[in-house]
Design a protein around this ligand. Sequence first.
Ligand SMILES: CC(C)(COP(=O)(O)OP(=O)(O)OC[C@H]1O[C@@H](n2cnc3c(N)ncnc32)[C@H](O)[C@@H]1OP(=O)(O)O)[C@@H](O)C(=O)NCCC(=O)NCCS
Length: 130
Amino acid sequence: MSVIIVRNPSIDDAEHNALRAAAWNRDCDRIWGPILARSLGWAGALDGDRLIGFVYVAWDGGPHAFLLDPTVHPDFQHQGIGQALVREATAIAQEGGCEWLHVDYDNELDAFYQSCGFRPTLAGLIKLAR
Ligand SMILES: CC(C)(COP(=O)(O)OP(=O)(O)OC[C@H]1O[C@@H](n2cnc3c(N)ncnc32)[C@H](O)[C@@H]1OP(=O)(O)O)[C@@H](O)C(=O)NCCC(=O)NCCS
C-alpha cells in the first residue's frame, strides 16, 4: 500500500470537503483553517498527492482530547487506514500531554472504535437543533 499518514499536512479546503462528501455522503463546504488552528493537531492519509483520509483532535487545554471525524475515502476503506489515522491522533494527544482521548459514535461503528483500542464509557448528549 502506498498510502502514508502525515501529521498536520497543509490541506486544500476543496479537496478536504470533497473527501468528506464522498465518505459521509453529504455535502461539506467548511473553511478548515480556523477549525484546525484551534485543534491540538490533525492527520491526513495521502495516496501520492491525493488526500484520501483525515482525522483531527480537539482539546480542552488540559487532560482531555477529543477525536473528531475520522474519514477514509470509500475507495480506500477496510485497509487499516482508519486505524492508522486513529493511532496518529492518539500520538498527537499523548505528545500534547493529554491523559484521556474521547470519542463518540453510532452503534454500527462500535467494532471500528473497539479495534482502535477505545473502551465503552458513559457519556451524555443534548440535541440543540431540530
Ligand atoms: C469509519 C471509517 C473512518 C473507517 O475507516 P477504514 O479505513 O475503513 O477502517 P479500518 O480499515 O481501519 O477498519 C478496521 C476495522 O474496523 C471495523 N470497521 C471499519 N469500518 C467499519 C464500519 N463502517 N462499520 C463497522 N465496522 C467497521 C472492521 O472490523 C475493520 O476491519 P475489517 O476491514 O477487517 O473488517 C470509514 O468507514 C469512514 O470514513 N466512514 C465514514 C465517516 C464516518 O462515519 N466516520 C466516523 C464518524 S464517528
